[in-house]
Design a protein around this ligand. Structure first.
Ligand SMILES: Cc1cc2nc3c(=O)[nH]c(=O)nc-3n(C[C@H](O)[C@H](O)[C@H](O)COP(=O)(O)OP(=O)(O)OC[C@H]3O[C@@H](n4cnc5c(N)ncnc54)[C@H](O)[C@@H]3O)c2cc1C
Length: 407
């Protein structure tokens, strides 16, 4: 319906588009630094990649399986400690409301990859970050006499991701809004800045943020197109994860090393409300699975588990798969980015485009965005949250296993 009044114009320092881990973490950091920041989410908080992630906060070892440490894997090495400080209430973001699933995870080898792994783990690259686990200290799952590989413990951690999303959102509920793009649209202002127009009950409301940060994961691709931004660009890394719901008591978090430099299989364990748990399977299985049907990838997952853990009876388990894309900044040769990415958009005066590339690196992403703001001379200034109370609040996204198995 056409507006019947001239627009009411409001401002804020930063409008964040997308309420996954990147946008929520950034909101917390910006508000703490005094910025008047707000966040718009179109569906549910943590949707897409964040709740689909395995929650592993890597210290970099996984990324060094091909050999020596790179600069980027050194940069990631501090991340477990950074997250731990936040969980304890001593970090740059308050995560005291969030929980962890495990304080470590494991790296284990099938027999065929044993010698490569032993050489790697004996190298200087892994100093102090990996401990070999003696037979009696192995998790129950690997106490079985049929297990003949090696098991190492990484001093990395696993987050209960939905609790992290909730904790970040609960810190600033009044600054998070649900946006319905059928009722809102981008406007290019004469100074080439982007503003957002809202129509509500014949009222026309314009929000002209000093800076917009696009942190919408794969949603950035459509936003870049809509705003006519040609750089930066996005790439997708498609996966098809597998979920196994079962009643075994084993909670396990780990990577199985195979012949390739990415883990052959990654397992994380997630509690269900009915007392059972879901093993969530990724790694090479999910990368190859992206090009398979659900039946095919599930059949591969069954073969992998039967091969790696022949002692485990999963005949009563329920199986499902989840096709999901990782959204990343475009790289030459489709390489895997190993840093958080934030950059000013070409052609829009007030837009930053951001992808963390890993949940682990959300703190780095916020650092990058705040450094860009300082470079542009954008200091905290606008008081008062814009009056957007006509917008709803987004819910928290369900986990993939809640969606697949209904509990
Ligand atoms: C299967 C899988 C496993 C992973 N495991 C790990 C792991 O163990 N450890 C790790 O460090 N990383 C992991 N990752 C990577 C990690 O999940 C992502 O890097 C991270 O979650 C990306 O967060 P994000 O906030 O950028 O995007 P997302 O989590 O995708 O969030 C984007 C949000 O933006 C919203 N949105 C989209 N379009 C719009 C729009 N137009 N307007 C408003 N809102 C919009 C979406 O609804 C969504 O809520 C994994 C990724 C996948 C796919």
């Amino acid at each position: 319906m056409a507006p019947i009044e001239p627009p009411q114009t409001h401002s804020c320092d930063i409008a964040i588009i997308g309420g996954g881990i990147a946008g929520l973490w950034l909101l917390n950091r910006l508000v703490h630094a005094g910025y008047n920041a707000i966040l718009f989410e179109q569906t549910a908080l943590g949707n897409d990649q964040t709740v689909a992630s395995q929650g592993m906060i890597h210290g970099g070892i996984k990324y060094t399986l091909s050999g020596a440490l790179t600069g980027a894997s050194e940069a990631i090495a501090d991340m477990p400690n950074h997250w731990r400080a936040c969980l304890a209430g001593n970090g740059d973001v308050d995560l005291r409301g969030a929980a962890t699933l495990s304080d470590c995870f494991y790296l284990w080898s099938s027999n065929s990859a044993l010698s490569r792994m032993s050489t790697f783990l004996a190298s200087k690259a892994t100093r102090g970050r990996v401990n070999k686990v003696g037979k009696k200290d192995r998790p129950a799952l690997f106490q079985h006499p049929e297990f003949s590989g090696s098991l190492y413990q990484l001093v990395d951690m696993v987050l209960d991701v939905p609790t992290v999303v909730k904790a970040l959102a609960d810190n600033h509920p009044d600054r998070i809004f649900k946006i319905d793009w059928a009722q809102a649209s981008w406007q290019r202002l004469p100074n080439q800045s982007m503003a957002i127009d809202f129509q509500h009950n014949c009222h026309h409301f314009q929000l002209a943020p000093r800076q917009v940060v696009l942190s919408a994961g794969q949603g950035n691709e459509a936003l870049l197109k809509e705003l006519g931004i040609t750089s930066p660009q996005m790439q997708r890394r498609p996966l098809q994860q597998v979920m196994v719901k079962h009643h075994h008591p084993h909670h396990f978090y780990g990577h199985c090393l195979g012949a390739e430099t990415t883990p052959r299989l990654t397992i994380s364990s997630h509690p269900c409300t009915d007392g059972s748990q879901v093993w969530y399977l990724g790694g090479t299985l999910a990368e190859k699975g992206a090009h398979q049907t659900a039946e095919e990838v599930i059949a591969c997952a069954k073969r992998e588990l039967a091969d790696l853990m022949p002692w485990l009876d999963l005949s009563d388990a329920r199986w499902a798969s989840l096709p999901v894309d990782r959204a990343e900044p475009r790289q030459r040769n489709f390489a895997r980015p190993d840093k958080a990415f934030a950059s000013r958009a070409e052609g829009c005066a007030n837009v930053i485009v951001a992808w963390p590339t890993k949940l682990t690196l959300s703190p780095n992403l916020a650092d990058e965005v705040m450094a860009l703001l300082r470079t542009m001379g954008i200091e905290p200034s606008c008081p008062g949250i814009p009056e957007l109370d006509f917008l709803e609040r987004p819910p928290l996204a369900p986990t993939p296993w809640q969606t697949a198995f209904g509990d």
